[in-house]
Design a protein around this ligand. Structure first.
Ligand code: PLP
Length: 401
């Protein structure tokens, strides 16, 4: 048996991980969908549970030797149900995309219509985009931020990847009821806000709730599904396994349990409050510097800088900020005129920096740096200077020490 550590067994991969670690520590991570999982979450995810096959569900497995992975999965389920006050939970989806696929498979036939938020208005690829299986197997119809649609959907999705305000789930439910559709709330982005009471809960309105576990929820990469009715939970469980997945990732499920345990603690509520305060503070700083924001501000963990009236594209802004040690992503804005590869916006999020302990003072400083870089996106000297200042700031907020 090979007991060599990674550095001895595979120095090439060890080195790339080291470099990624330095990148994460020395830069400002402001991608709205990213966070820093705790050491405890990463230890569970890197644990021996990766070796175990456990097709099926706790106490109903197709393999022997599942007594301890059963315990881990039951802990994950119980904590998740408590976190969102939901009677039924599935913690097996390998990703947010697979959580959504299972709900589709549970409710739709080939070419049935899904109604989701338009990608260019902040929706997600899995909400009916023609390049995703959700738009290949089903008919993807879209609504925009100002909602109007002629579609007769079987499933309506409320949820987003890039939208800075709260969603009104009761309104969505009324519309779904009017057309006889089921309502899926994909809370991948704002799950941490719901868990801590900083965002209205999708329940009792949603028929299904899906989420990722690695964004504001700050767990390992993965997905979950919550339901309120037993028959829906049974159906969706069978769509995850054997419908679209085989063996669950038991090491990830153990890490999910750790993350849900963390999210149940009072300090997680304080953390999410700070995430929102930081996003609002950064918004105010950028507005005061003369920038425009989609919807004029934010209620959640992200903001969308609208550069459509400027010469600077989203693509250029992303590159210039990256070169200055600030990681964000280009994003389309409503009524986008540029191509999706260029775009007119950037999406900026505060979950990761808040995990590092940064607060309003740092947000105001970061807003000034963003302004400086976006006013001089080709100026190498400006970018080098900001990068040096960024690095110096990050030294005061150490990671994984
Ligand atoms: N749903 C929403 C709203 C998302 O933002 C994302 C990820 O960005 C997903 C689903 C997909 O999650 P994953 O990347 O885990 O497949």
């Amino acid at each position: 048996m090979n007991n060599q550590s990674l550095i001895e067994a595979d120095p090439e991969i060890f080195q790339t991980i080291q470099k990624e670690s330095v990148r994460q520590k020395n830069g400002l991570e402001m991608i709205a969908s990213e966070n820093y999982a705790s050491l405890a979450v990463m230890q569970a995810q890197g644990s021996i549970m990766t070796n175990k096959y456990a097709e099926g569900y706790p106490h109903k497995r197709y393999y022997g030797g599942c007594e301890f992975v059963d315990q881990a999965e039951i802990l994950a389920i119980d904590r998740l149900k408590k976190l969102f006050n939901a009677p039924f939970a599935n913690v097996q989806p390998h990703s947010g995309s697979q959580a959504n696929q299972a709900v589709f498979l549970a409710n739709l036939k080939l070419h049935d219509t899904i109604l989701g938020l338009d990608l260019s208005n902040g929706g997600h690829l899995t909400h009916g985009s023609p390049v995703n299986s959700s738009g290949i197997f089903y008919r993807g119809a879209t609504y925009k931020i100002d909602p109007e649609s002629e579609a007769k959907p079987k499933l309506i999705i409320a949820g987003y990847s890039a939208y800075p305000r709260f969603l009104d789930f009761e309104k969505f439910k009324n519309i779904a009821d009017d057309v006889g559709a089921e309502l899926l709330v994909d809370m991948a982005h704002f799950a941490g806000l719901v868990a801590t009471g900083h965002h209205p809960s999708p329940f009792p309105y949603a028929d299904y709730v899906t989420s990722t576990t690695h964004k504001t929820l700050r767990g390992p990469r993965g997905g979950i599904i919550l339901t309120q009715k037993e028959e829906k939970s049974k159906l969706v469980n069978s769509r995850i396994f054997p419908g679209i997945q085989g063996g669950p990732l038991m090491h990830v499920i153990a890490a999910k349990a750790v993350a849900f345990g963390e999210a149940l603690r009072p300090d997680f509520k304080t953390y999410i409050g700070n995430v929102i305060l930081n996003a609002k503070t950064l918004s105010e700083e950028l507005l005061s510097q003369g920038f425009e924001l989609v919807t004029g501000g934010t209620d959640n963990h992200l903001l969308l800088l609208d550069l459509s009236k400027t010469e600077v594209t989203g693509k250029l802004a992303e590159t210039a900020l990256d070169e200055s040690g600030i990681t964000v992503n280009k994003n389309t804005v409503p009524n986008e005129k540029r191509s999706p590869f260029v775009t007119s916006g950037i999406r900026i999020g505060t979950p990761a920096l808040t995990t590092r302990g940064m607060g309003p003072n740092e947000m105001r400083q970061i807003g000034k740096w963003i302004t400086k870089v976006l006013k001089n996106p080709e100026d190498l000297k400006v970018k080098a200077q900001v990068k040096a200042e960024v690095e110096s700031l990050t030294q005061s907020f150490p990671l994984y020490t």
